[in-house]
Design a protein around this ligand. Structure first.
Ligand SMILES: [Fe+2]
Length: 450
């Protein structure tokens, strides 16, 4: 999951969204603070100017009570105001919302200049014990003569509270945006990575040989083109596989035909052995099935059986067809056919796996056979099976020099030879198979051969 493109894309875009949201938050808060500050200062300026106009008449008429009333009314009517005062030209406090400060002499030009208007109104940034705040002062003018100044101090807690509220609202809005953005990112990554995931699954299916249907093309972009290319490639591979399968089938049929011709050619040299190889294959299969060989093993056993006497192609006619008993030289020549067969098969790579069974099908379990005198389990399994099937067919076939034995007599001869000429367990398997089934089931290759 953590290695998927979807996960990486989601994490990347989400982090980008968090970063963007954070930067937006800082910028919006800064702008919001500035707007709130300007708004509060604007209201203080407005109060200051209107109070300066009213104070002028009170100062001219010497109405100290009117000035006091103006100051207290101004302070009470506006919660943005921390304090309000009227001072004369000598900086002496004539009226103050904090009555204890009446008569004090103020220091002029305290704090940093924040803003100065054309009408003489000045806004200064001042330091209080609770932090920074702002003070607005407007001169009291009558007939171009300055009579004093109205001072309004901005309520710092109102300013901070307004800014805190604004920050909170911005935070809530950005959190909602972040949440909606996350859902959008998940949906978007799902939408974007869907063709990639399907493409990946398609490649995996193709690798395992499962894919048959083309993938859906979602867009005309690079991914869409890649999907189209994949579909074309998949179709090409599927067609090639189908062609290859057909060629393989044709090749197998051609191979089977060659085997049929070869087996027939081997047997056809001697009218007495006509069909011998096919019958040996049939009986070998009976043993193979009885001992539980797998399908592919049975096929190999069958073909090895068909080939077992292929070496006789090199045996001279005079020896092969001789009606009388062979002399020692002729006998040695005749005994050479397993090795001749092995030599023939060894020249063709696909047939080399049949070399061992063919070479050793005349070995004896007790080691007295030929060509190598192998014994016991050293004799290849297929060779040991073919040895029994070969001898059984030879005994039950009529030859120029003797009559055929009955099946029962041949089985008894095999029993006598168990542990000497033949592998005892394989003889038992053959006898069991003959007893249980009589005839073996036909194998596809054999059905064509005989
Ligand atoms: Fe043989």
């Amino acid at each position: 999951m953590f290695r998927t493109i979807r996960f990486k894309l989601t994490v990347f875009v989400f982090l980008l969204l968090i970063f963007t949201t954070f930067v937006s938050f800082l910028a919006t808060v800064k702008i919001s603070n500035r707007v709130i500050l300007n708004e509060i200062i604007k209201r203080a300026e407005s109060l200051c100017k209107s109070s300066a106009a009213g104070a002028a008449y009170s100062l001219i008429s010497g109405d100290a009570l009117g000035i006091d009333h103006l100051v207290f009314k101004g302070k009470e009517s506006n919660r943005d105001v921390e304090y309000m005062a009227v001072i004369d030209t000598k900086m002496s406090v004539m009226a103050h919302s904090d009555i204890r400060k009446r008569g004090e002499i103020l220091k002029g030009n305290e704090g940093n200049l924040f803003k100065k208007n054309g009408d003489g109104t000045i806004v200064r940034e001042i330091s209080l014990s609770s932090g920074k705040s702002f003070e607005v002062s407007t001169p009291i003018v009558f007939k171009n003569k300055v009579l004093g100044t109205v001072i309004v101090g901005v309520n710092q807690s109102v300013l901070l509270e307004a800014q805190r509220l604004a920050r909170h609202r911005i935070l809530v809005i950005l959190t909602v945006i972040l949440f909606v953005g996350l859902i959008g990112i998940l949906g978007l990554s799902l939408f974007i990575t869907r063709p990639i995931r399907e493409l990946s699954a398609g490649v995996a299916d193709l690798k395992e040989g499962k894919r048959t249907r083309p993938l859906k093309v979602y867009s005309k972009d690079e991914l869409g083109k890649l999907t189209e290319s994949f579909n074309e490639m998949s179709a090409l591979i599927t067609n090639q596989k189908r062609d290859l399968s057909r060629y393989t089938q044709e090749l197998e049929e051609a191979y089977t035909s060659i085997l049929r011709i070869l087996a027939t050619a081997i047997d056809a040299r001697d009218s007495y052995t006509l069909g011998h190889s096919a019958r040996v294959a049939l009986h070998s299969l009976m043993i193979g099935q009885e001992i539980g060989l797998k399908e592919n093993e049975l096929e190999e056993l069958e073909i090895a059986s068909l080939f077992h006497d292929v070496g006789k192609l090199k045996t001279p006619d005079a020896i092969l067809f001789k009606n009388r008993s062979l002399n020692s030289m002729e006998y040695d020549e005749m005994r050479h056919h397993p090795e001749d067969g092995a030599e023939i098969l060894n020249k063709v790579k696909p047939l080399q796996k049949y070399v061992e069974p063919v070479k050793h099908h005349h070995e004896y379990y007790n080691g007295k056979g030929y060509p190598d005198g192998l014994n016991g389990d050293d004799i290849p399994l297929y060779a040991a099976i073919i040895s029994i099937a070969d001898t059984y067919d030879a005994m039950t076939s009529t030859r120029p020099y003797r009559k055929a034995l009955s099946k029962e007599e041949a089985c008894r001869e095999l029993e006598k030879g168990a542990g000497k000429q033949f592998h005892p367990e394989l003889v038992k398997a053959f006898l069991r198979a003959v007893k249980d089934r009589g005839q073996p089931s036909f194998h596809p290759y054999l059905a064509k051969v005989i």
